[in-house]
Design a protein around this ligand. Structure first.
Ligand code: CDP
Length: 786
């Protein structure tokens, strides 16, 4: 086996312009609603106005008579085909169309299929549903009270509203740590319900060909292969006859991972009618019925020595899951990635208790710019650390520094069983403090308060994310192991096509994955076409969410490119009449060591792979790799925020936001920065304004963009970005997922900054979202409002 020479990277680490932007910025993307098939029908969904009600009857006759209506589908009709209920990604069930009851506002009750979308929507108003309203359960605490209405009475074994009770860590060791502690700091907090709200809502076109029985389903899907398998299982269609195609996707953020009723009804309608059926969701449908994020009620206790050393962590968490449990939950990791609640700290003991409850709300709990539930965990530990800093009167940066896992402790096994791969947390903190001019800023904060009565706040949040699921031994979706795949084919002219099991929704895979091929095989990125999202042509994969694409499919790409390079070496040896061991690889060609001018480029070798092969070697230059990572990767960082609060209005303004991120080796620094800025914006949004709530009847407040507030460029602060690079030891090129860690750190950092500013006035524990009236009320209570 030839020994590889160490080379400087040629393509990794370069901010190559995004090749996909050619079509995106010119409005030439091909999104679901751009696709029009001959004879296509249009579907609209009737949704429940009640959060909880019995369905007494549904009269569809008037709708059916409206000219242009082709069919009206109800749950009763679907039940005849055993399609009224479907499985969720965590093995629960969810109604496709309601039969017995509606269990959330916005639940799908009936669908109209018509010659055009206008008629379909008009016909919805002609459907008469007779509801008998029932009391709604709108909080998980109320759901678990004795005597609460049982929401899932359709399930024979469900006698209350509890979905799960799981524990992680060591209860006894944690008990001992608390017994030895000098101080115990506690905090109860709620990470409120928010929504990923991608600009493009969900939708599909189901096209079942009655002649061949072949189904092509165009879908806004972040996980097309998994969805194909779910379709095969739900609809009983042979899997080889189903082709799921995810075209360009206008943002996913976890929202396009679950299977939604609209997909299933459109497919059933196409099967029954023999014509293509398109369903495109509207904004309200998206906000009230599809996968939400967060909604964790958390009680944390941190045991400390009087010098600040953390000894133990106890957490109780209650999750509001909505009426169906639909997180993409790996079956073996019972507390989910909430396990990482020990954060970046060397905590000797931890015990985590998690409960989930049904409520009359939409299901979800999706990986909205984070891994499954990591954000909530990181938010809690950072709020606890900040609270501890106030209580023991220690500088919050120093408290963190003292307790960080140190570089020589990696690989580090956490108290809840995770093995962190690598990190240098102190360095990230130092860069943030230096960038901020921390010591001087603290003085300025005091001076401004004492001399001018101005309220400045400084917030810090350090975080460790866990991304890149698998490995398959621990992570699965419905039993499907979380590996991913890459198939690479080099054509005779030296141009290549790379096919992946993941599917981007704007992350720039067409550019970054081509850079990996370029680095490993010497074919320039512009000569590598990256294809994703078509299950007929791409190898099986678990999809793109939770920052897993680079650590899994990116690794598969590097490995298969190296395998092809090994074959290219054999062909080059034959072409150059030299021994393989005498060949040197310079990143684009093989040459005989010590014989300048004797070289063959990868393009020449590719041609020879089809025209001039050594004896015994198969023709072609192609292969497929299924890559199961040995571990998750652990990106990390520190964020710092400076805010000023207006004492007259309670309005707060971020004066500075400084982010230090480490995602290992950056393939494309420009794309990574874009990802981080996106995450920071969402962190700011959650801290400041994004919120979905419900009134006591279960009406969703936040069903449109005038109630559900998202920041524009106008409100969003500027970000100062810094980086450190601690490679992942097990990733072939040292990359970790970006982690979109901003949503971890920044809501905590923003909230901490405001708490910090108010703390000088004796007000603590402001909760998200931090509206100006909330702050003004807090200021008034201590006589500080002007
Ligand atoms: O799964 P998803 O694509 O959302 O997340 P990711 O793997 O963290 O990657 C997001 C984008 O950042 C992709 O285009 C990656 O290739 C790129 N990236 C990078 O350039 N360098 C890294 N170390 C990690 C991600």
């Amino acid at each position: 086996m030839a020994v590889e020479e160490q080379r400087e990277p040629r393509w990794i680490g370069k901010s190559v312009a995004r090749s996909e932007d050619e079509r995106f910025v010119r409005g030439r993307g091909n999104y679901l609603d751009d696709i029009k098939l001959p004879g296509m029908l249009h579907m609209a969904i009737l949704r429940s106005p009640y959060a909880h009600a019995k369905i007494v009857g549904i009269d569809t006759s008037a709708a059916q008579e409206l000219p242009g209506v082709v069919a009206v589908v109800t749950g009763e009709l679907l039940a005849q085909h055993k399609l009224a209920w479907m499985p969720t990604l965590s093995g629960d069930t969810q109604a496709v169309l309601a039969t017995d009851k509606v269990r959330m506002q916005g639940q799908e009750v009936a669908c109209v299929v018509a010659e055009n979308a206008y008629v379909a929507h008009d016909a919805l108003e002609l459907i008469d549903v007779d509801y008998e309203p029932l009391p709604a359960v709108t909080s998980p605490q109320a759901a678990l009270e004795a005597g609460a209405p049982i929401i899932r009475d359709d399930k024979a074994d469900q006698t209350d509203n509890r979905i799960y009770h799981w524990e992680a860590g060591d209860a006894e060791a944690t008990e001992r740590a608390f017994a030895e502690a000098d101080r115990v700091v506690s905090l109860s907090t709620h990470y409120p319900r928010v929504h990923p709200a991608p600009i493009e809502c969900c939708g599909c076109i189901a096209d079942l060909d009655p002649a061949t029985g072949h189904a092509t389903i165009y879908m806004t899907s972040q996980a097309p292969h998994v969805h194909r398998t779910v379709f095969a299982l739900v609809a009983g269609l042979p899997e080889q006859n189903i082709r799921v195609v995810s075209p360009d996707i206008g943002g996913g953020f976890g929202n396009k991972v679950p299977v939604y009723p609209g997909y299933v009804v459109a497919t059933a309608a196409s099967l029954l009618l023999g014509r293509p059926v398109k369903w495109v969701e509207d904004r309200t449908g998206n906000l009230i019925s599809t996968g939400f994020a967060r909604d964790f009620h958390m009680d944390g206790e941190l045991a400390l020595r009087s010098d600040g050393k953390m000894l133990g962590l106890r957490v109780k968490m209650l999750s509001d899951q909505g009426y169906s449990y639909a997180d993409a939950q790996p079956t073996k990791l019972k507390a989910g990635l909430f396990h990482v609640v020990t954060g970046s700290y060397d905590l000797p003991a931890a015990h985590v208790v998690t409960d989930g409850a049904y409520t009359n709300k939409a299901p979800g709990g999706v990986a909205y710019r984070c891994s499954f539930r990591v954000t909530e965990a990181s938010y809690l530990i950072e709020r606890l650390v900040q609270t501890a800093a106030y209580e023991i009167e220690m500088d919050p940066a120093e408290l963190r520094r003292m307790n960080f896992i140190k570089p020589d402790q990696f690989p580090y096994q956490s108290a809840t069983g995770f093995v962190y791969d690598s990190g240098d947390y102190e360095r990230a903190l130092d860069i943030a403090l230096e960038g901020l001019g921390y010591d001087q800023l603290r003085q300025e904060q005091r001076r401004a308060r004492e001399e001018e009565g101005r309220l400045l706040g400084i917030g810090i949040a350090s975080f460790t994310e866990v991304v890149g699921a698998g490995p398959g031994r621990d992570y699965d979706i419905l039993g499907l192991k979380m590996f991913d795949s890459a198939e690479l084919r080099v054509h005779p002219t030296g141009k290549a096509i790379l096919k992946l099991g993941v599917k981007a929704q704007g992350q720039g895979h067409e550019t970054t994955f081509a850079q990996i091929v370029a680095e490993e095989l010497g074919i320039p990125p512009e000569d590598v076409r990256v294809e994703e999202g078509d299950t007929d042509t791409t190898p099986y994969g678990l999809g793109t969410y939770a920052s897993r694409s680079t650590p899994t499919a990116g690794a598969a790409t590097a490995v298969i490119a190296r395998t092809l390079r090994d074959k290219a070496r054999k062909i080059a040896a034959h072409m150059l009449e030299a021994s393989e061991d005498d060949l040197e690889w310079d990143g684009a060609s093989f040459a005989v060591r010590g014989a300048p001018g004797s070289s063959k480029t990868i393009q020449e070798i590719a041609y020879a792979a089809y025209t001039d092969l050594p004896e015994g070697l198969d023709a072609g230059l192609e292969g497929v790799k299924y890559y199961d990572p040995p571990n998750m990767t652990y990106p990390f960082g520190t964020y710092a925020v400076v805010v000023e609060i207006d004492r007259g209005t309670g309005q707060w303004k971020a004066l500075r936001v400084l982010a230090v991120d480490d995602c290992g080796v950056r393939i494309n620094p420009m794309i990574v920065e874009g990802q981080i800025m996106g995450g920071l914006t969402e962190g700011f949004a959650m801290a400041a304004m994004e919120l979905i709530t419900f009134d006591e009847e279960g009406n969703c407040i936040g069903s449109n963009f005038s109630d559900y507030l998202m920041p524009t460029a106008w409100e969003t602060p500027s970000f100062e970005l810094h980086e450190t690079v601690t490679p992942s030891p097990h990733h072939p090129i040292g990359a970790k997922g970006v982690g979109e860690s901003a949503t971890v750190g920044s809501p905590a950092a923003f909230v901490n900054a405001i708490v910090d500013a108010l703390a000088s006035a004796g007000v603590r524990n402001i909760e998200m979202p931090v509206s100006s009236d909330k702050v003004w009320k807090a200021l008034s209570e201590v006589g500080l409002a002007e």
